[in-house]
Design a protein around this ligand. Structure first.
Ligand code: ADP
Ligand code: ASP
Ligand code: MG
Length: 485
């Protein structure tokens, strides 16, 4: 059995759903279990609607849900044709009525809690899984929808719930594993429920984690993540075009890329697959002929190769100076507890002679949180910062020296090396992010290793296309129409 997960952009329209169906059909002999995200940008829209309702803006909340209803109806009609009307009437319209009613209660003063937020967001994947299963049946597959809330059991941290692995695996084996023997199971990603039955979500991008949980629960042969890029690339195409596709990387490298901002994979999705050595393959649903990137235990590449540049914007760099060095460890421990309690990830950290500096996501509550730090500590905060990481197993001094050379004229605020030698991170001004990424990519990917990256053959490309410019292969700040290689 395999797991095939399709992200929102792979299901955003009738034609995208048909394309996903044709990809699934190609794999029927491997008995796929299909995990789906909400269609297109549905989760963002649901969140907007929920926030509008919480502000008491009932008109805006209704409008947003109405836009979503129209989109789901139109795309369902696009796939199902005549068969759509009874299905929409019996299964989809009632869910939109429920959603309107829930948001109306919030508008009228019901407290908007994280639990209500999860309830609202769950509609995205509940709708998409019903629609995709019906579309698969219409397109000739024997498909069954499973409500993910019956099998993914989580703790109670609404909006970011931790799965209860063993309960989840037991349920998956009992239900999904058995059903998948003779039909294509379709279930929503991202959502689960507490053992008491309250709806939870696994955090944004959490459908990848669902795919990995399902894979581990049923001991799948492979977990396929079908998305809108050719695989894991040497840089985020939305930041810098022209990156190279990685052929194969290790689980720790993939996890580090994800942790350091490569949104293509949810950082928590690697661990369940890794424990059972199930390969994860990241592939492009619109270009299924491309092999994608395989994430496996062992890769045959030498250590020290920079495989990816990642970045995060919207950070603040905080410098703490202590008068008495002896106090430093108790202050940093206190701060670590504080951040852990508030679920704030420290992105980069560097110790120096008089204290420490670190980078965290900037948000309006940060100043208030820092006021809880011992008064004797001198604190300065720099806003509008970004972080860049070089990621690859075993990268160390040589990469650091090259990066320093490239960033000579950039205002580097702090540098941080992960303890496992998987990454090197730099905090810079957000305004310098684009230029720094371009310069670093030029430095580290001028002659990419063909065993590690899928590099197009320039000579062959020239022969095919006389006007071909080698510069087209170089990264540039301008988004390119051409897909990654
Ligand atoms: P999905 O809806 O399929 O889950 P996401 O938007 O969550 O898709 O993830 C895919 C996106 O991840 C890509 O469109 C790309 O912009 C982004 N991304 C960030 N870093 C990388 C990277 N190194 N390689 C590939 N994609 C990346
Ligand atoms: N639909 C959810 C989100 O947008 C989960 C996912 O797509 O992975 O965050
Ligand atoms: Mg995603």
């Amino acid at each position: 059995m395999i797991v095939m997960k399709f992200g929102g952009s792979s299901l955003e329209s009738a034609s995208a759903i048909e394309q996903a169906a044709s990809v699934v059909k190609e794999h029927l002999d491997r008995r796929p279990i299909v995990v789906v995200s909400a269609m297109g940008k549905t989760t963002d829209r649901l969140l907007d609607a929920a926030h509008a309702a919480a502000r008491g803006s009932s008109y805006s909340a209704r409008q947003q849900v109405e836009t979503l209803r129209r989109m789901h109806f139109t795309e369902t009609r696009g796939v199902l044709g005549q068969r759509a009307e009874p299905f929409l009437r019996d299964h989809i319209a009632p869910m939109f009525r429920e959603l309107h009613a829930l948001l109306a209660e919030v508008c009228e003063g019901r407290q908007f809690t994280p639990q209500i937020q999860d309830e609202v967001l769950s509609y995205g994947e509940r709708l998409s899984s019903l629609i995709v299963a019906e579309a698969f049946r219409h397109l000739g597959m024997h498909a069954a929808q499973v409500d993910a809330r019956k099998v993914i059991v989580t703790e109670e941290q609404f909006t970011n719930a931790t799965p209860l692995y063993w309960d989840t695996y037991a349920r998956l084996r009992r239900s999904v594993g058995l059903l998948a023997r003779d039909r294509v199971v379709v279930m929503g990603g991202f959502i689960g429920a507490t053992s008491g039955g309250a709806t939870t979500t696994l955090g944004r991008g959490g459908s990848d984690l669902t795919a990995s949980l399902v894979g581990a629960g049923i001991s799948a042969d492979e977990i396929q993540i079908w998305t809108d890029v050719d695989g894991m690339l040497s840089c985020d195409p939305r930041v810098l075009a022209g990156g190279f596709r990685l052929r194969e990387i290790s689980y720790p490298e993939a996890q580090e890329m994800a942790r350091c901002g490569a949104k293509v994979l949810h950082p928590d999705s690697v661990a369940p697959a890794l424990r059972q050595r199930i390969p994860i393959v990241v592939r492009n649903s619109r270009r299924p002929e491309v092999e994608g990137t395989r994430i496996v235990s062992r890769v045959q590449t030498a250590p020290g190769i920079v495989k990816c540049l990642t970045s995060k914007a919207g950070l603040a760099v905080v410098h703490l100076r202590v008068k008495n060095q002896g106090m430093l460890s108790s202050i940093t421990d206190g701060l670590a507890d504080l951040f852990a309690r508030e679920h704030i990830a420290v992105e980069l950290i560097q110790a120096h002679e008089h204290g420490i500096s670190f980078a965290v996501r900037n948000w309006p509550g940060l100043a208030g949180l820092l006021r809880k730090v011992d008064e004797s500590v001198n604190i300065t905060v720099e806003e509008d910062r970004a972080a860049i990481w070089l990621v690859g197993a075993g990268i160390g001094q040589a990469a650091l020296a090259r990066a320093h050379g490239v960033l000579q004229t950039t205002d580097v605020r702090l540098m941080s090396q992960g303890s496992s030698s998987l990454s090197l991170g730099f905090a810079i001004r957000e305004a310098d992010l684009q230029a720094a990424m371009e310069a670093l990519h030029r430095e580290f990917f001028a002659a990419p290793d063909r065993d590690v990256f899928a590099v197009p053959d320039i000579a062959a490309a020239r022969a095919l296309q006389p006007a071909f410019q080698a510069s087209q292969l170089r990264p540039s700040g301008q988004p390119q129409a051409a897909p990654a290689h």
